[in-house]
Ligand binder design. Structure first.
Ligand code: ADP
Ligand code: MG
Length: 531
């Protein structure tokens, strides 16, 4: 469907503006989708990305490709935002959502050429999207434990080798089950699970620790390095005495002034340490520094202290121990302190590591591997697996993969469209056609014939039901539930919802430009003459 210039050369200026805006927007979307098309599916190709500094990243992850690309066109940027939103909400399905958006737009342009007004296309797309969601619920199945594993490893397929995918899936599911009852923002699982890379052992020796493990040694080695239970304070700032900001303004003509200040500083520190002691605190974790003068005071009070934590680690300690992150030591209350179940230091590869365990739901994934590349790859795989596992545990429904869901929806929508009156019907059919982009590209990337496969899938589904899909590894059409090719429901539904919203927002721009045209008037009744 190539758009030629003369198609847009119409008499009515408003319409020309509207039309060429749509043509440009659709072309931008298609170009962008073209850039990642070849990465879809387990047989998708890798892309090599080179940034300004010459560093190279090899990936077959759609969102990574797009977020690294420098794109100027507003529609292209909207598509990139859609794929980022998909990544944030579902952690998977990014390539799918972009391909689908571009295809919805391509078909919208086609429809506008035959005289369907953008507002009717939008309405039809909206109806088709809602109907798809209802259908998806109907064909979804509850995932059992094995299927959960299959689904998560399917999302890693093509990114890492299968034994690593298996290991990361196992760790991710273990973590996700612990986090299952937690509600919160899209980033819950990132906040609650720390990733710590360790340069020894094999990736397959990676493990999950129920607690926080950080590379740290206590400030004073004469304080206890381990303890079974105790109380903790988490300070978001430094353990420092009152600052002497007034220094510059003080005329120092009397040595007594300085020693007076010194004394006040010391008294202040002593008060801070005393308040810790009064609250039976034996562990202090501080974001910034701890003043030299405080070190012996803390030791004498039996408090082991650690400094220079990353804020995220402090948040995890708060979750584990039930403490609040305090900013001002002078206002310490008993309720701000937390309790840990155990803490200890161990030496890994000649470096001291502190482990804090508590009752709260926070963990550390220890990612092992001898080279940085292996560790990075394993960590990315773990992240992807955890993102999907966490959502799947809370929403354990699966759909057939390998293009089966999209073929089913396309078939269903074509039948459904006849229940609608008017031109929305055409838009619903356009939506159905757009969904077929997924099995088409999966086939292409596996070197199979897309047309034959789409026809065969449709024919076999009408006999054997909607779980018939394409296994690109064997190149065969089969019952995908038997081959373990599933997509999580939340990934597929988010991809369809996100793509529909993105396509509609592009069409809306067009609709504004066309505001003067009555929706009931065919828009391109001159187009025959123009050609
Ligand atoms: P996305 O960024 O959209 O997640 P992927 O490259 O991860 O893109 O590909 C996901 C698609 O690959 C899904 O439609 C999924 O059903 C399909 N898929 C996964 N494994 C297979 C397989 N063995 N055969 C066919 N399709 C598969
Ligand atoms: Mg994927």
């Amino acid at each position: 469907m190539v758009e030629s210039e003369h198609d847009v050369a119409l008499q009515d200026t408003d319409r020309i503006e509207g039309r060429s805006a749509l043509v440009n927007n659709v072309n931008a979307a298609i170009a962008l989708a073209g850039a990642i098309r070849s990465t879809l599916g387990p047989r998708g190709a890798d892309k090599m990305l080179v940034d300004e500094n010459g560093s190279v990243l090899v990936t077959n992850d759609g969102v990574t490709v797009l977020e690294t690309a420098k794109v100027e066109h507003p529609t292209a940027n909207l598509l990139i935002a859609t794929s980022s939103a998909q990544d944030r909400v579902a952690r998977d399905g990014t390539t799918t959502s972009v391909l689908l958006t571009a295809e919805l737009l391509r078909n919208a342009l086609e429809l506008s050429r035959i005289g369907v007004h953008p507002s009717l296309i939008m309405k039809g797309y909206q109806l088709a999207c809602e109907e798809s969601m209802k259908q998806i619920e109907m064909i979804a199945r509850d995932a059992d434990d094995k299927q959960m594993k299959d689904v998560i490893s399917t999302t890693l397929a093509g990114k890492v080798d299968s034994s690593l995918a298996g290991k990361m899936t196992e760790l991710a599911l273990e973590a996700a089950n612990i986090l299952s009852s937690i509600e919160g923002s899209d980033d819950v699982e990132k906040i609650r699970v720390k990733r710590l890379q360790i340069s020894s052992g094999k990736a397959s020796d990676s493990e999950l620790v129920r607690g926080l493990v950080v590379r740290k040694k206590r400030l004073d080695s004469s304080t206890p390095k381990d303890s079974e239970t105790g109380r903790i304070v988490v300070l978001d700032g430094g353990f420092e005495p009152l600052s002497l900001e007034l220094d510059a303004q003080i005329e120092i003509n009397d040595t007594g002034v300085i020693s007076g200040f010194q004394k006040r500083k010391t008294t202040h520190l002593e008060r801070m340490v005393k308040s810790l002691k009064d609250n039976a605190v034996d562990l202090l974790c501080v974001r910034d520094g701890i003043s030299d003068e405080a070190i012996p005071m803390l030791r004498d009070a039996g408090i082991t202290s650690y400094r220079r934590f990353e804020r995220e680690d402090l948040e995890r300690i708060c979750i584990l121990t039930g403490s609040s992150m305090i900013r001002d030591m002078n206002r310490l209350k008993k309720s701000d302190t937390g309790s840990y179940l155990s803490r200890f230091e161990t030496k890994i590869n000649d470096t001291w590591h502190l482990t804090i365990e508590g009752e709260g739901e926070a963990m550390t994934a220890i990612i092992k591997g001898t080279t940085p590349i292996i560790r990075e790859e394993s960590e990315r795989a773990f992240d992807d697996a955890l993102g999907v596992a966490f959502r799947l545990v809370n929403n354990p429904f699966i759909l057939p993969g390998g293009g089966a869901t999209q073929i089913h929806l396309a078939r269903h929508l074509r039948a459904y469209s006849t229940s609608q009156r008017g031109r929305e019907q055409l838009a619903i059919e356009g939506f159905a056609d757009a969904l077929e982009i997924i099995p088409r590209v999966l086939s292409e990337n596996a070197g199979l014939d897309p047309i034959d496969n789409i026809l065969a899938l449709s024919a076999q589904q009408s006999e054997k039901g909607e779980w018939i899909g394409l296994d690109v590894m064997s190149g065969k059409i089969c019952d995908v539930s038997k081959s373990g090719i599933h997509d999580p429901l939340f990934v597929s539904s988010q991809a369809i919802i996100g793509a529909t919203e993105a396509a509609i927002s592009v069409l809306r721009i067009d609709d504004v430009l066309w505001a003067k045209v009555e929706p009931s008037t065919p828009d391109w009744n001159h187009s025959e003459d123009e050609d």
